[in-house]
Each structure stands twice: as C-alpha cells, then as structure tokens.
Design a binder for this molecule. Structure first.
Ligand SMILES: [Zn+2]
Length: 462
C-alpha cells in the first residue's frame, strides 16, 4: 500500500524548488524550459543538502504544545512535562538527539493504546471507536523494531508513536518517532485473515513506516537522483522481510506480483523518463515497486544474511551523517562487497540499469512418479531486455540464474529451485512431492518481467 510522502505545511526558510512547475507540458505553456527533476548522483552542490529538507541539516528539537480541553496534542520527542494553563492542557516534548527539521504536530480527542518493546514506549493515538486493527498495528511496531534493530543497528529513540488522522488524505508518514497515519490506510480496514489472498496492510504499512526510523531518519540521502532508494526502497525491503517471516517465503507471490504489476503500470504512465532505481527521481513506481522487487530478488539470490550484513555496515558508516550526504552509490558499494562474483551481474540489472525479462512457460506436463510425487517438464521461452529512459529496448544474451517451480491452488510454493537459464527456448524438468496446480519459470515473480501473468501454467497430466 503506497502513499504520497512529502507534505510541507509549516513555513520554510528559503526558496522551495519543489514548488516549481515540474511537468514539461506545464512549463512549456508558460514559456519555461524543461527542467531536470533532480541533480545527478555526484552533484557536489546538491550533496550538501538532504532530499527531505534543503534549508537545514540535523537540528536539536523541542516543542511546547497546547490544545483544547479533552484533546491530546503530540509532537516528536520524549514527554518531559504536562500541565494545565489558562484552562488549556499543555505538553513539553524534547528530543534527546538531533533530528531532521521535519516534524508534525497533531491534536485530537484521542484514545491511546500503550505497550512496550525492549524498553521503548509504544503508543497508538486513535479515534476511540477505531479499535479493529490496533493489535495488528501494535504487532507491526514490535516486529519492525525487532527486525530492524537486529538487522540494521540500534533504534535511536525511547518511544514510537502512531497518530490517526481523518481520511481527507490517505497516507502515513514517518517523522522522528512519530507517525501520522490516516484513518484511510489501516485504522478502518477490514482484513480477512482467512482469505489467503488478502493483504494485512495495516500491519504492512506500519512496518514500512517504522523502518523509516532507520531509512530516512538515520540514513538520509543527498538531494540527488536515487535518494529515495536509500529510504523508500529500504523501508519496503524491511517490510517485505518482516512479511516473509510472518507468512513464509513460499507465500510471497501475491506481494511480489502486486509490486511487479504496479511497476509495469507505472512505466506506462511515466510522462518524462524512466530511470534506473539508483538514479530514480522520487518516482513512486520505481522506488516503491521496483525497489521492493530489486531488494527482494537480491536477498533471494545472495541470502538475507549477506544483504543485512551489508546494510548494517552501511548504516553504521553513514547514520546521522550531514553534508555531504550519502547517495545510492555508497549503498550499492556496500551491497557489492557482500555479493558473490557469480551474482555481481544482479547489481547492474536491478539497480544501475532498466532491465526486464520476458520469461514465459509455453508447455507444461506432469507424470506420476512410481516413487511418489510428480515428475514435471516445462518448456520455457526466456528473453532479457535493457531499456533506455524512453522505453526503447535492446535484447540481451544471457545465461542467468532463475527459479523453476510449482505452486498449489493457493499460489503457495510447493517446490522452487534455481537453475541457469539461457536466452531462448529451454526444456527443464524437476520433481515435486505434492500434486501441483501450476508450474513454470520464476513462479513467485521475483524477477522484473514484462508480463507477470505467463510465468506459470497448469500442467497436462500424462
Ligand atoms: Zn515510505
């Protein structure tokens, strides 16, 4: 569930370049030249700014807020003092370490659900009747804090808060230890746990937003291309790893296919130019959807442990780093260190270029094996393309690793194995213990594929 991320409400000192007309067609109408959305990765001047705020670096922060009686007002920081003055309740919040100059203040007649994880106070401020998904969201907070602390390094705050706001907009946004979260993206959602294809998005969105406490609030990218790979794609990676823990790797197909379809749809609606993930210009379909796929594929090929070792080293190297701010180049350099030689090509394919496969299963058959289970034969056609920023594609030769496998009727994996597959037509065989509903190439949609729907096929029984 992806949401818009940047809303500037309070006054900003200086010139707000983001407010300029960005669409070429709009600029043309006013006689303005087209403008680049973002500066190149190595732009020295723009590396002096982070991509979230260009008017400040890390700041010390405290706030005194007051509101109407019966309401609670919340700002980032540890609650130091609470009192009533002139009939109005007051609160003083103080941050115990520098944060980005990026904060929110909310007030409402909140009810509060409280809990704790490892000494960290957890609070969900919600409409008194919106209690349906509080347990899911609280579980998401705990599971995200546990996963991110174990994988990327320590959590920097003493509390984490989620604050509901009405669905006049539908997004959630991660400020330092404080997450405004729209009624419309989880609080009033109906999640059907018994429905295998339903997505627990109150949980999923919560994990994503908590992960931003590392990816954006510890590691913040320079105001150059690829900045959101260091925040959004990493927050998505953490969310998907927590989902993998919750549901198992074999059940990840619905998330991966959802992301792939979103990416493919985004390519079609792109109005300026598509860029590789490491150079994306705050393009949601690239940093959310393709970012999720790219990071999931990388951990699937080289191992989650290696990816997290690289990310933990990266976070340790650049957390709370000011100007020159870090870039996707540094992030990829850390991943490259942990990537075995036979998989180095993946870094080029996933992050530095626009690379798409077109894999499909053309024939599929199965035979009962005398020793039990089924022997499966699939005929596949595999192609690989590199695209330029306008969508012109060049076909590539390859001899790459990819999954072959079988799914049950709930799209859960019965069998998945990596094989080397060449360009063109191949015939592949494998054995599966249980009767498969569908078999094919890249059955869980881990690879960026021009068509997500033709990878698997119901096998004919011989
Ligand atoms: Zn996000």
């Amino acid at each position: 569930m992806h949401v818009p991320e940047l809303v500037a409400n309070l006054p900003v000192i200086g010139y707000l370049e983001q407010a300029e007309l960005s669409q070429d067609s709009d600029r043309k109408r006013y006689g303005l030249a087209p403008k680049e959305r973002m500066a190149p990765r190595d732009d020295v001047a723009q590396r002096q700014n982070n991509y979230i705020r260009q008017d400040s670096d890390f700041v010390t922060f405290s706030a005194t807020v007051s509101t109407e009686p019966g309401q609670i007002a919340v700002a980032p920081g540890t609650l130091e003092k609470e009192w009533v003055e002139d009939g109005r309740p007051h609160w003083r919040y103080v941050m115990d370490q520098p944060i980005l100059n990026f904060f929110s203040v909310l007030s409402a007649r909140y009810a509060v659900k409280r809990d704790e994880w490892n000494g960290v106070k957890l609070e969900i401020y919600h409409h008194p009747t919106h209690t349906w998904n509080l347990e899911r969201m609280m579980a998401g907070m705990k599971d995200a804090l546990a996963y991110c602390s174990a994988s990327f390094g320590p959590y920097q705050h003493h509390q984490a808060r989620i604050l509901e706001f009405p669905r006049y907009q539908s997004f959630a946004q991660s400020f330092p230890n404080t997450i405004p979260y729209s009624e419309g993206v989880g609080f009033i959602a109906r999640v059907r746990d018994d429905e295998p294809n339903d997505v627990d998005y109150p949980y999923y969105v919560t994990v994503h937003e908590i992960a931003h406490q590392w990816w954006a609030h510890q590691v913040v990218g320079a105001n150059v291309r690829g900045a959101t790979m260091t925040s959004e794609s990493m927050a998505q990676y953490a969310a998907l790893m927590v989902m993998k823990r919750k549901y198992g790797a074999g059940r990840m197909r619905r998330y991966l296919k959802f992301e792939l379809d979103g990416y493919l749809a985004g390519r079609v609606t792109e109005r300026k130019k598509e860029l590789p993930l490491a150079d994306n210009e705050n393009q949601a379909y690239i940093h959310y959807q393709k970012g999720t796929l790219a990071m999931y594929a990388l951990q699937d090929f080289i191992g989650e442990e290696r990816v997290n070792r690289a990310l933990a080293k990266y976070v340790a190297a650049v957390r709370f780093q000011g100007p020159p701010y870090t870039t996707s180049t540094e992030l990829i350099a850390h991943l490259r260190e942990e990537t075995p030689p036979e998989f180095q090509y993946l870094l080029e394919d996933l992050f530095e270029t626009i690379t798409l496969y077109d894999n499909r299963t053309e024939s599929a058959s199965m035979k009962k094996s005398p020793t039990g289970g089924y022997d499966v034969t699939i005929g596949v056609q595999a192609q690989k393309f590199r695209s330029d920023d306008q969508g012109n594609q060049t076909e590539l030769d390859f001899d790459d690793w990819m999954d072959v496998g079988a799914l049950d009727d709930q799209d859960a994996a019965l069998f998945v194995e990596k094989r080397r597959v060449r360009k063109g037509r191949s015939e592949l065989t494998f054995h599966v213990a249980a009767r498969p509903a569908r078999v094919g190439i890249d059955p869980l949609n881990k690879l960026v594929d021009r068509n997500s729907g033709d990878n698997v096929k119901a096998p004919a029984e011989e």
